[in-house]
Design a binder for this molecule. Structure first.
Ligand SMILES: O=C(O)C(=O)C[C@]1(C(=O)O)C=C[C@@H](O)C=C1
Length: 366
């Protein structure tokens, strides 16, 4: 089921100074000078459409720098007024919202650690009732699509129509290669569920390392995300938070200049024809795959009948491991991605077990 949200298209509420839409600025506002100087260089480049800076920083461990707090709000309004650019900051509770509304902050975002908690999101939504301030909602830390959509719905329900999602990646045990796992499929799932929500990518938090920010930004544009939110600091190595992933304004601007903007439709007739031909072939193969799945499922059902008639259990570990190993080897020989084969056969197995369970349930009922 799709979530029918009443929204304003992002380009109707965002003055995009240059494509792609980029919101940039320091992870944290650390001093008036650091924020102003970073913002000035970014704004003068013409490459960014809004400035971001965190002033309340939810940190994993205590004793880390937790942000300047409301004292930094006038620094942000100075950037807004002197540099004539919209400014954005993160809010995590109703009090933060009230501070920001009073200070005239233009855009708010809800962080990954807040999106996970419907109580916090509801409190923020209530505090925003009656305003039309744009709100960006970062994905929850773990890949729970319901929480992400739910947070957007809570905001829409109080009348916020300038809404966007921010894809910042998902928690992972290993930070190789990225700090947060991109799981791009979550953006596809969000598009399927709420097609009108613009999605902005936060490559800094996915990458975790400045040398990988460009690669992630390019992928985000190549999968048609609607913009980028990137961290930038005049002296990144001295940053009080996220030092490893921030780029100097100059490096950020060169990076933006290197990004390639691609269109979602082919622009020349030849490419159009070639795509059509290949897609027809894919359609044929997909039909075969589905027919093969049907044949396989019929065999699985037959096996299920033998099992239930002979009191044999559904799950057959040795056989299951044998299939994974054999198909894994075959996939390797054909140079297919190992995870593709593993995940495909795990899914097939899951539905085989489900199918046989139905056979067992039918027998139990008769
Ligand atoms: O070989 C079986 O016993 C089956 O039921 C088939 C199958 C499969 O899908 O390949 C399904 C369940 C078992 O755990 C192992 C394998």
């Amino acid at each position: 089921m799709t979530a029918a949200l009443k929204l304003k298209a992002i380009r109707d509420w965002f003055d995009v100074r240059r494509e792609p839409l980029v919101i940039a600025g320091p992870c944290s506002a650390e001093s008036e000078e650091q924020l102003f100087e970073t913002s000035k260089q970014l704004v003068e480049s013409g490459a960014v459409s809004a400035i971001r800076a965190g002033i309340w920083k939810p940190r994993t461990r205590p004793n880390s720098f937790e942000g300047i707090g409301p004292h930094a709000l006038p620094w942000l309004t100075r950037v807004k007024e002197e540099l004539q650019i919209p400014v954005a900051t993160e809010v995590a509770n109703a009090q933060h919202v009230e501070h920001c509304l009073r200070a005239g902050i233009d855009i708010l975002w809800i962080g990954a650690r807040t999106t996970v908690n419907p109580f916090y999101v509801q409190e923020i939504a209530e505090a925003l009732k009656g305003t039309d301030i744009p709100v960006l909602v970062k994905n929850p830390i773990h890949s729970d699509l319901g929480l992400w959509v739910g947070a957007l719905e809570r905001l829409e329900k109080v009348g916020i129509q300038k809404l966007a999602a921010v894809h910042r990646g998902f928690y992972t045990d290993s930070d190789a290669p990225f700090r947060n796992e991109p799981k791009w499929e979550m953006s596809f799932a969000l598009r399927a569920k709420a097609p009108d929500i613009p999605i902005i990518c936060d490559p800094s938090h996915i990458a975790g390392k400045r040398n990988l920010v460009e690669q992630v930004s390019q992928t985000a544009l190549d999968i048609n995300l609607d913009g980028l939110m990137i961290e930038s600091h005049i002296t990144p190595e001295k940053a009080l938070s996220d030092a490893a992933q921030q780029l100097t304004p100059a490096d950020l601007v060169s990076m933006i200049n290197r990004l390639i903007l691609r269109s979602s439709e082919p622009r020349n007739e030849n490419a159009h024809l070639e795509l059509d031909q290949l897609r027809t072939k894919i359609d044929g193969l997909d039909q075969q795959i589905v027919n093969l799945l049907k044949d396989r499922m019929d065999l699985v059902r037959e096996i299920g009948q033998i099992k239930v008639d002979n009191d044999i259990s559904i799950f057959q570990m040795d056989r299951w491991f044998e299939i994974l190993a054999k198909r894994g080897l075959q996939g390797k020989e054909l140079e297919l991605n190992t995870a593709l084969i593993q995940e495909l056969f795990q899914t097939i197995h899951k539905y085989s077990v489900e199918r046989q369970n139905e056979v067992f349930q039918n027998k139990n009922r008769s």
